[in-house]
Write a new protein. Structure first.
Ligand SMILES: Nc1nc2c(c(=O)[nH]1)N[C@H]1C(S)=C(S)[C@@H](COP(=O)(O)O)O[C@H]1N2
Ligand SMILES: [Mo]
Length: 244
């Protein structure tokens, strides 16, 4: 990993879900033949879907603001709100499985901060709403010897981790709303992790499990060189301003 913080850009910046996106856009094999040009188009279409302005027009401009779509899996997994489950297990007194409705009935927290991807893009002032990890940990009753959390995803591939101290911060949550709407499939809905003070790769999409462990198990991108402790502006050799 290069110290300028861009070394992982190609890997982390590759929308591996491209085939799916092509299919979604109805472009299929024809799309694949126009290569880079089409990729730009896809990025802009996706940006426009999630652009901050309601017209979506800014997202259509090259370099315009908005989220980039990321998935290391080659599908966009889907769980309906009714079928969704989140398990909490490991070193806890009371393992549990929650429905989306149960999560939504818990004390809710809404945070509005900047989203910062380690590859450089930022989306300012993005609201996330959900349940603090500290609440879920208190419900479960953390057992002695617990040091960390491992997060698993129903894409079957991605994983993430936090130390117990990081997870107990008041800006670490399980989010079911983003931009004050239900988290979409592409953004990791119905429920994703939202680790506000860290680079966005920590915010695992399609969250299905939280396991309390006695040591940190590095997550997906961390096996490829990204920092496990992913504080914005203080890790990965980058100098971004902290999220506000
Ligand atoms: N399950 C899963 N979660 C993930 C990723 C992924 O590939 N799979 N990518 C991460 C990265 S690198 C980023 S920048 C954000 C992108 O979130 P978005 O697709 O909502 O913009 O999701 C993070 N969470
Ligand atoms: Mo990212």
């Amino acid at each position: 990993m290069s110290s300028d913080g861009t070394g992982g850009a190609d890997r982390a910046g590759t929308p591996v879900g491209r085939r799916v996106i092509l299919a979604m856009l109805g472009l299929g094999a024809a799309g694949a033949t126009v290569g880079g040009y089409l990729q730009n188009g896809i990025d802009n279409v996706l940006a426009s879907v999630t652009a901050k302005d309601p017209t979506g027009l800014s997202g259509l401009l090259p370099g315009g603001g908005g989220f980039r779509f990321y998935s290391v899996a080659d599908t966009i997994p889907h769980r309906s709100p009714a079928d969704y489950r989140l398990t909490v297990d490991g070193l806890v007194e009371r393992p549990a499985t929650y429905t989306l409705a149960q999560l939504q009935a818990m004390p809710r927290t809404r945070l509005v901060k900047d989203v910062q991807c380690v590859t450089g893009w930022r989306v300012p002032h993005t609201p996330f709403t959900g349940v603090l990890l500290s609440h879920l940990l208190d419900e479960a009753g953390v057992r002695p010897g617990a040091k960390a959390l491992t997060f698993t995803c129903f894409d079957g591939v991605y994983s993430e981790s936090l130390t117990l101290d990081q997870a107990r911060r008041p800006d670490m949550m399980v989010a079911y709303a983003m931009d004050d709407r239900p988290v979409t499939d592409a953004h990791g809905g119905p429920v994703r992790l939202y680790a506000a003070p860290m680079y966005f790769y920590k915010s695992a999409k399609w969250l299905s499990g939280i396991t309390v462990t006695d040591h940190v198990q590095p997550g997906y991108w961390e096996h490829y060189g990204y920092d496990v402790d992913a504080w914005v502006g203080k890790s990965n050799g980058r100098t971004d301003a902290p999220t506000d």
